[in-house]
Design a protein. Structure first.
Length: 212
């Protein structure tokens, strides 16, 4: 039976936001809590690996509060300089712990895309299971979002990337391996980097929860 592992890079410094974006309150919960609850509710997810900075004590405390048997937090001694480095650490750990086979897969879900709903995530997982693609990218109005799904063998390519290239180069180098998964779920595009992004998210949240 195939397994799905979710990799969450969460070692950023939130410079453009001006405050720790994963801890911003939305609906009475930190942003990262919404993401964890969606993933932990899914029976399709075998393991979640989050890479966080060892000195990010506030985030680590929130993650501790949401401890789960399928959740593992990695805090490398040296701060990962780029998202690609965090992903590489998580994949190496999964390779050691889980001994994945070619039948398994992994999903990249940056922590600053925190508001994917359980329904959207489950629909996307089903789309992935029904697909024979090596890489699947959700799209909204032809714009690519996250999570992005990969067959496990693609993980070997991450470690071989030149130091100056990011994960996007894997997608761009072999477009024939990629399938787009069209959706109208706007939250797949939410990239929480700036105060303007935050305002957009709050407006979306308010519209979804009118009358709650």
């Amino acid at each position: 039976m195939s397994r799905l592992f979710v990799v969450i890079p969460a070692a950023g410094l939130s410079r453009r936001m001006g405050e720790p974006k994963l801890l911003i309150d939305l609906g009475g919960k930190p942003m990262i809590a919404h993401l964890l609850e969606t993933l932990q509710a899914s029976s399709d997810v075998s393991r979640i690996v989050i890479v966080a900075r060892s000195d990010d004590s506030d985030l680590l405390e929130v993650l501790k509060q949401h401890a789960h048997k399928r959740l593992t937090v990695i805090t490398p001694v040296e701060e990962p300089p780029e998202m690609r480095d965090s992903v590489e650490l998580a994949l190496a750990a999964l390779d050691l712990w889980e001994s994945p086979t070619w039948e398994d897969s992994w999903a990249l879900l940056p922590a600053d895309h925190p508001l994917i709903t359980p329904e959207t995530f489950q629909n996307l997982c089903q789309g992935w299971k029904d697909s024979a693609a090596e890489i699947l990218i959700p799209t909204v109005n032809e714009k690519g979002g996250h999570p992005t799904f990969f067959r496990w063998p693609v993980s070997e390519e991450v470690a071989r990337l030149p130091s100056d290239e990011g994960l996007n180069s894997i997608v761009r180098s072999h477009p024939s391996r990629v399938v787009n998964w069209p959706s109208n779920a706007e939250e797949l595009l939410f990239d929480l980097d700036t105060p303007e992004d935050l305002e957009r998210v709050r407006q979306w949240w308010s519209q979804r929860h009118i009358g709650d």
